[in-house]
Design a protein around this ligand. Structure first.
Ligand code: F6R
Length: 243
């Protein structure tokens, strides 16, 4: 694993955008695996700026997102579909038909998960997968478990996640109970992985995930087994790694 240390969140975002930009420049019709959450917002902003300057062209890029809430309309401002359009897709020249997010409104989980896996295969796999890191080591919605979930699947959100998310919804009853997510196997099949982490609150999990044992109890630890992973993290997030 390659570790790139950034000064702070902005520097992490610039460095992550450099890697994403290089991918798009070197392979204009690449498949980008994308993530939501607060960590990638700055990198997406950087990509938009570079597009506006004329330095990046997304006209042939295809994207597949990691995950989506089950049962949320795309128009819901908490959906990951909405997030991606707000933060990136609406501001660059990526074609709508080339963007892919799991369809949260498909009630048949088996059908949607099989469709999403087949879709990724039909695109020739992911060239560069961007990931954030959860405080408990989750990647996508792959939470700590007894075994690694391989393929795209439907997860039941934990009470803790529902509780944490309820502030974004009118009431706790409106918080989705399930989500679709790429599996660990899906993520591991990406040719390259870029994981970005910021903040002292993630320092312990960075240490455990990348310097501790590989275990499904820390899902991101599996990335130690991937041949091409780059971790871009700020100094605060790297403050507890062994030097
Ligand atoms: C988002 C995702 C999640 C986040 C993780 C970190 O698509 O799959 O695994 O990457 O929860 O979230 P932030 O960046 O908000 O700390």
């Amino acid at each position: 694993m390659k570790i790139i240390e950034a000064k702070d969140y902005n520097d992490m975002s610039r460095k992550a955008a450099n890697i994403l930009s290089a991918q798009v420049i070197m392979k204009p019709d690449c498949v980008l695996g994308l993530a939501t959450g607060s960590t990638p917002v700055g990198a997406y902003r950087q990509l938009v700026e570079r597009f506006e300057k004329g330095d990046l062209d997304f006209s042939q890029v295809k994207s597949v997102n990691l995950d989506e809430y089950k049962g949320l309309e795309r128009t819901n401002d908490q959906s990951y579909y909405y997030f991606m359009h707000e933060n990136l897709f609406n501001h660059v020249n990526i074609k709508e038909e080339n963007t892919n997010v799991p369809n949260g409104m498909e009630p048949d989980a088996e059908k949607e998960c099989a469709r999403y896996e087949a879709l990724i295969d039909s695109l020739g796999g992911v060239d560069l997968q961007l990931l954030g890191l959860g405080h408990n080591g989750h990647i996508g919605f792959n939470e700590p478990a007894e075994a690694f979930d391989k393929a795209t699947h439907c997860v039941n959100l934990t009470e803790r996640t529902i509780e944490a998310n309820k502030r974004f919804f009118a009431s706790a009853d409106d918080v989705p109970r399930q989500a679709y997510t790429m599996g660990i196997g899906t993520i591991m099949r990406a040719k390259k992985i870029l994981i970005i982490v910021s903040g002292e609150d993630k320092a312990e999990i960075v240490r455990d995930a990348f310097f501790g044992p590989v275990t499904p109890k820390v899902p991101a630890s599996i990335l130690q087994m991937h041949p091409d992973v780059t971790l871009v993290a700020d100094a605060a997030a790297l403050s507890k790694i062994p030097r």
